[in-house]
Every structure is written in C-alpha cells, then in structure tokens.
Design a protein around this ligand. Sequence first.
Ligand code: UP5
Ligand code: MG
Length: 196
Amino acid sequence: WSPDNVTVIFVLGGPGAGKGTQCSKLVSDYGFKHLSAGDLLREEQDRPGSEFGEMIKTYIKEGTIVPMEVTIQLLENAMKKAMEEEKKSTFLIDGFPRKLDQAHAFERTVVPSKFTLFFDAPENVMLDRLLDRGKTSGRADDNIESIKKRFRVFVETSMPVVDEFDAQKKVIKVNATRTPDEVYQDVQARLKEWGI
Ligand code: UP5
Ligand code: MG
C-alpha cells in the first residue's frame, strides 16, 4: 500500500444527483473501483457487533455527517482490500469528502485526489428522484423530512468542498439533469480532456 500508485477521483453532488448511477457506468467501462462512502457506512451500520452501528443510523436519518474518523477508516480499509484482492488502483470515492476538514484530512493522511467529478442538479430534480427511489429503496433517509435536511447540509457544509477544489482547478462539473446516458456521454468527453 503506497499512495504513489493510487489514483483517487472524488465524486460529489447533492443527494440524488446521480453519483452512484454514473459511478456504475464508469466501473464497467474504465475498470475503476467504486467506493460509496454512504454504502460503506450503511454496511458498517448493519454489521453485527459494530460499535458504530447506532451512531451511524442516527446521523444518516438526520442527514448529518458521520465523524470522519469512522468514514476515512472504512474507505482506507476498502481501498487496501480492493488493491490486494482485485489489483485495483483507480478509485471513485463517491459522496466523500462532505466537509472541508474531511477533504484536508483525507488528502493529507491517505492520498491527494486527482480531481473531483461534480454532478450538478437543482433541488427539485433531486427531490423527485429521491422520492421516487424512496418507494422501493428502503433507505431510512429517502423521506421528505430527511431529504430536506440532507439538502441543507449539502449546501451549507459540502458545497464548500467543491468550491475549494474548484478554486484549485480540480473540478469537472457536469450537468446532471438530463438522462443517465446523456450525463454519462458528457462525463466520458470530459474525462478524455483529463487524459483518461
Ligand atoms: N437517477 C440517477 N440519475 C438519473 C438521471 N440522470 N435521470 C433520472 N433519474 C436518475 O440516483 C438517485 C435516484 O435517481 C435513483 O433512483 C436513480 O435511478 C435516479 P443515485 O445514482 O443513487 O444518486 P446519488 O447521487 O448516489 O444519491 P444518494 O442518495 O446516494 O446521495 P447522498 O449523497 O444523499 O447519499 P450517500 O449514500 O452518499 O450518503 C447518505 C448519508 O450517509 C449522508 O446523508 C450522511 O448522513 C452519511 N454520509 C456521511 O456521513 N459521510 C460520508 O462521507 C458519506 C455519507
Ligand atoms: Mg449514492
């Protein structure tokens, strides 16, 4: 395990912007390893014997951000596992960092990101998608109360991360309101500009 042979691409965007959907497409075409911080937290929440289960559950329901010590540890473990078992070296880190101090800590203690893919969609579009998904997802935060809280945390706490990377010229911003395939075509074209 050495940061020298690892590439990290952060995938950010509001709740329901389509981060997971686009990551799945990228995985099939580019062989990246997709790590959704939210999925890792939900897995840890459900892991029998986890000391963090109850805490994670509360944070997710409230749409607030789990302390980074937990999330960074889960991400680091998953990265090491994917490197050893699947020989993966390029990671799509989806839904993380959600706070400036998380971005700084990850880039300092794990590895600096190459760039950030940012999926941009207005709240009304994301709201419709999440309410629709909520009919079947079983996710504890796909309800109107939790969604509103997630939107607020995204604007107040997570957007500053995107803005900081943008100031470093490290953001690829993609309009995420069109169909998944249209969005993906745009993603592919923009990755080409980055030599990927
Ligand atoms: N859909 C997708 N793209 C579409 C398109 N172009 N057109 C029409 N429909 C589209 O998509 C959402 C829904 O929209 C799906 O039904 C999809 O088919 C459809 P998805 O790809 O799942 O969007 P995504 O952006 O991944 O939405 P998600 O709900 O996963 O985003 P969140 O950022 O809210 O959720 P996440 O799982 O990352 O985090 C959940 C919670 O975990 C956070 O609120 C927080 O409490 C906690 N968390 C942390 O504390 N720390 C972390 O680092 C990460 C998470
Ligand atoms: Mg997701």
